[in-house]
Ligand binder design. Sequence first.
Ligand SMILES: NC(=O)c1ccc[n+]([C@@H]2O[C@H](COP(=O)([O-])OP(=O)(O)OC[C@H]3O[C@@H](n4cnc5c(N)ncnc54)[C@H](OP(=O)(O)O)[C@@H]3O)[C@@H](O)[C@H]2O)c1
Length: 273
Amino acid sequence: MEGPARTIAVIGGSGTLGAPLVAELRARGREVRVLSRRSAEYPVDLTTGAGLGAALDGCEVVVDASNNSSARGAKATLVDGTQRLLEAAGVAGVGHLVSISIVGCERAPMGYYKVKTEQERLVSESAVPWSIVRATQFHELVAWAFGAVARFGVLPLPRARLQTVAAAEVAHAVADVAEREPLRRRLEVAGPEVLELRELARTWRTGTARRARAARRRAHERAPRRAWDDHVRGLDRARSPASLISTVHQVRNGRHGSAIARNCSSDGGASRP
Ligand SMILES: NC(=O)c1ccc[n+]([C@@H]2O[C@H](COP(=O)([O-])OP(=O)(O)OC[C@H]3O[C@@H](n4cnc5c(N)ncnc54)[C@H](OP(=O)(O)O)[C@@H]3O)[C@@H](O)[C@H]2O)c1
């Protein structure tokens, strides 16, 4: 997007990704509107469509960084909400919708990922010019999950490899996309290194000085479930450990490590993170 600032609406502009995105766009001199249910300026609710028309009026670009990962709310916000958003964007004459998704969501057989895949389909089949930015899990999410389960005195560590990325790095990539012409395809953003969950946990423990031992199998089965339920209720979302994880990575690697962005096809054929 060249020339004078054009108004960019960020739905979910108060969230983990949305907040650094709004800051990044404003630092670049863009006119930004923060839309969310609790926004003082532009309250909108994707589950009902309330406020969308007025909030999008005059916006050239819309970034949808909203989220709801609960079993009950995900579809209403991310699928039905996207349908409402696309209709409102069409009426408002929005020239570019940037939607946020997850690397490999079409390969995960869980409800939330199915919802994200459906959200991608709606956006990619829309008449509104679009781009989709897919990211791997944020450091912030992993830090939150460790913090939540550590309250049980254990860190359940199933064998898993993650390529987590800082939300701020994703925000930078999303801002780049929002400033350009619609891609009409997906772009993937991943963290700089693939790590075992155990390594991430070690880093988290070092950074937070929290004491939690590796859990035995039975504790594994209980703790994550409770933690997930808490997440669903939006309780106790600890964000500060994330910056500690980033900092420890930075120190260990001599750099924070830039996120890696790559293109992938519009049919979702993304390579594994
Ligand atoms: N977290 C990760 O690790 C990760 C990884 C890859 C991709 N992503 C994707 O990144 C996007 C943002 O995720 P996030 O983790 O940054 O989300 P988040 O921290 O949970 O923030 C969600 C935002 O959406 C707003 N919101 C929720 N329901 C809404 C509704 N009905 N209408 C309007 N606004 C609503 C919230 O504000 P109010 O409460 O004020 O409405 C908040 O600003 C999502 O598409 C997610 O799938 C996330």
